[in-house]
Design a protein around this ligand. Sequence first.
Ligand code: V47
Ligand code: SF4
Length: 375
Amino acid sequence: MLTAIREKVLAGKRISDEDAMYLFASDDIFTLGALASHVAYRKNGRKAFFIRNRHVNPTNICVNRCKFCAFSRSQGQEGAFELTIDDIIGKLGKGQATKAKGMGKSRSPRSVHVSPHGFSEVHIVGGLHPDWPFEHYRNMLSAIRKRFPKLHIKAFTAVEIDYFSRISGRSLEDVLRALKQSGLGSMPGGGAEIFREEIRNRLCPEKIPGERWLEVMETAHRVGIRTNATMLYGHVEDLADRVDHLSRLRRLQDRTKGFQAFIPLAYHPKNTEIEGSYTSGIDDLKTMAVSRIFLDNFDHVKAYWIMLGEKISQLALLFGADDIDGTIIEEKITHSAGGLSGEKLTAGQLVNLIQKAGKVAVERDSFYKTVRVYP
Ligand code: V47
Ligand code: SF4
């Protein structure tokens, strides 16, 4: 069976759901790595991408309270926070002090892209706040755009977009167009978790169904907003749930071509309601490899170093990943749940991780355009 799958992959053919099940169940991790690397090479050559970015969470107050989420709080609960728009602008402004960090002793400093604030993208996601009106989110984007006109704003999961539609009474399309007009550049892939209803009900009964998540993304793609996609694995799902999830993403991508990257998110169990254990390194690498092989219509598969750790994300570059995300600077979601990594890496450290994996480090912009190649 593995030989037949191998031949399909080498011939550039699509593998089936059954093939993906077989690969997940296989212990032949080296063959998985070789096949995934083959697909990654066909897509991106020896390149592995990173970005200078910063994460910001405007609030952790959330009406959903998903059972795997250690980040969220109820209103008035200890540890709940709300950032004002000025707080957010202040955080983004602080990057200016770090703009030269991680550059090392560059041999060609003039070719180096350094945005005025030290990062080229801000990634904004937060809880579903019970009181904030939709206008608040538009004002947030407009204020950021006004203060940092060149900063790319990647913001709001499909779950947040659906919430904005409900609190404002506007259609999804209307909400997305309005956000785009206020400065939204693209959307992250969070909130997907596991689409299958039985699992979703156990994980996050208040969250929108998988079908709605896909509908939001389809609408975003239709109005010209590129997005990512994720899958949260390693909790209560089984391998068939993972394959079902990947399969639904692949079908939507066939229709829209609007997903840029797929990011498998390794479950972190601390301070959560469902508890459980950390994922194993083997599972992380296998999941990366099977995702890369299966999602033949995704250009990029990302090894998010915050969740995988520096070392596994580096190894993941040999198991199909072509991106390790970015400088991050501040991270709360994973760290609330027992994240074992640091919260920030310099560009120099990211380049080093990539180069030591034998790949060509490429700093990218938010649409995977090359900013700088590190020889
Ligand atoms: O939506 C929540 C997940 C996501 C836990 O698109 C957890 O480029 C593990 O989506 N253990 C947010 N995961 C992070 C995310 C993301 C990160 C980096 C890049 C991109 C991108 C997207 O984190 C949530 C949820 O799926 N999450 N709790 C937990 N205990
Ligand atoms: Fe809220 Fe998102 Fe956490 Fe769920 S995962 S409780 S929607 S912040």
